[in-house]
Design a protein around this ligand. Sequence first.
Ligand code: FAD
Length: 595
Amino acid sequence: ATPTPTPTPLLLALPFLFAALAAAQSRPFGALAGAPPGYERYVADATATGAEEEYDYIVVGGGAAGCPLAATLAGPGGGRVLLLERGGAPAEFPALATAGGFVRTLALADPSPDSDAPAQAFSSEDGVPNVRARVLGGGTAINAGFYSRAHPGWFHGHGEGAEVPDWDMRLVNSSYEWVEQELTFQPEVHGWQAAVRAALLEANVTPWNGFTVEHVTGTKIGATTFDASGRRHSAADLLAFARPGRLHVAVRAAVTRVIINPIDPAARRGRSRPAVAAVGVVYQDRLFQLHHALLRPGGEVILSAGTLGSPQLLLLSGVGPANDLTSLGIPVSVDAPDVGKHMFDNPRNGISIIPSVPIDHSLIQVVGIPSANGTASYLEAASYIVPVSPMLRPAGPFISPTSPLYVTMATIMEKVPGPLSEGSLWLSSPNPVETPSVRFNYFSRPEDLAQCVVGVRRVAQVLQSRTMDIFRSSVGSASQGRRGHARRDFRIVGATLPLDWSTNNTSVADFCRRTVATLWHYHGGCVVGRVVDKDFRVMGTQSLRVVDGSTFSVTPGTNPQATVMMMGRYMGLKMIAERHSRRQVNTSSYNELEE
Ligand code: FAD
């Protein structure tokens, strides 16, 4: 029972499904949205902020890392904080509030720098469509909500001689817990997710680990940021932890550059110390007015603009490969050849079917981890209900133009962990609101392709399990099948596996290359040891750090958001402790700050 193609008109109609989705009316999401998250009192449109103001910390990018970081820096022991986010607030976009809005948000992703859509579409130079967040909460406001910690080995580094932050594991764990108490829930698993759980176990992805946020070998249920009523909780909710009066959040504030000045030689202690320092940022509001935010003495600018945004801003600020910057007419502040280099994306490949029995909508809840050290592809699944009615309306007199028709698709996918294939990012224009160009060079390293081949075979084994039989449809006539029954097979949407998938590496490798997609876990560009040091300070500068997924050379665990949010909290506490130790105030214990 190899998964084989079943001709279906819906297969041909797939591009229309998404167009139909875009045309569909929004459901009453607002009714489910519940009470305001409590941080809204800190948020203002950038047009309402001053032309020039001073802060202890300026955080650029209100995403998975930026929100917990800003909230912590504006919490106990912290200072006056400005958080600048180029997008709007999540409450403005009802589809973000529920799991059901996930597909709709992606279908409406808009590449234009002038659009307000919370998901910004882009295509890498590899030709793989992708999205990036453009909203307060960042990826956590538009993502699939699956929450799982990094595997412990991730904190010890990747590869021989690779530089590693000196992670304080006690603080790592308490920072994870801080995030989890506010944002995570145990999902109720049924339908497609329950079937995939049973099928993974049948395919020997064992043991069964039940519900856990830890990264453990076998099959498990992870946490989710959607609560029991299906309402999304995002990193923006964490902003409520700031002390009133300390945190200022400006939305629709697109930072155009970091202001980097030479350090007065008299104040520079030693020739080995950086010769330049960040003193503030310039940002643009939606009316194209420019604002300046400046640092108070001892303050810091922290870039948390994500994997595309942070390297882009360093380049626009003159921190990057000198020749590239000069050719774009950008004055060089620091010749930093690795900015925008070492860009990675985890290839995703999978099989989608139209199941023969109705199933519910489900985002990722169950994950298969065939080996805990991150060497084998992870397996995840989702099911979507998508409307097709606009396409079918002309089909007959009994279909009313107002009665929607929905079809369910279910997917099982594998994601190559820590890919070795790497690419780069570069400025395609000096315009700060344009997405930079990026190439990930998927499968340029044979090791990644070999992992994909093994992962895709596991997907096929999961589909072959007895549990999955219920989702097969009858095909052909009874006389064609065995024992007088019609043959049952999967109605596959999109690419099908080669018939010889179990024996032919070349044909499966070809499937991997042809069907490569993203799981949106791209990372790199400001990698530790190359662009930032172990404390996430930009090398060659003072008062400037990068704290977000762009610093990773390997993405943590099965899915990164847990660790990116943990990192925001962790670095906030570290930075406050450092600032106090510089001032020699006795706050040696993080407990005081974690109150
Ligand atoms: P982001 O969260 O992207 O934050 C960067 C922020 O900076 C954005 O809000 C952006 O608008 C802002 N910004 C950028 N440039 C500027 C500028 N010049 N000025 C001002 N602001 C700027 N991970 C999981 O663990 N589980 C999942 O289920 C999951 N599903 C995903 C589904 C999708 C569709 C996507 C896109 C991602 C998903 N992820 C998931 C990945 C996860 O959301 C990201 O890894 C994480 O959000 C990265 O965090 P970050 O802080 O590095 O960047």
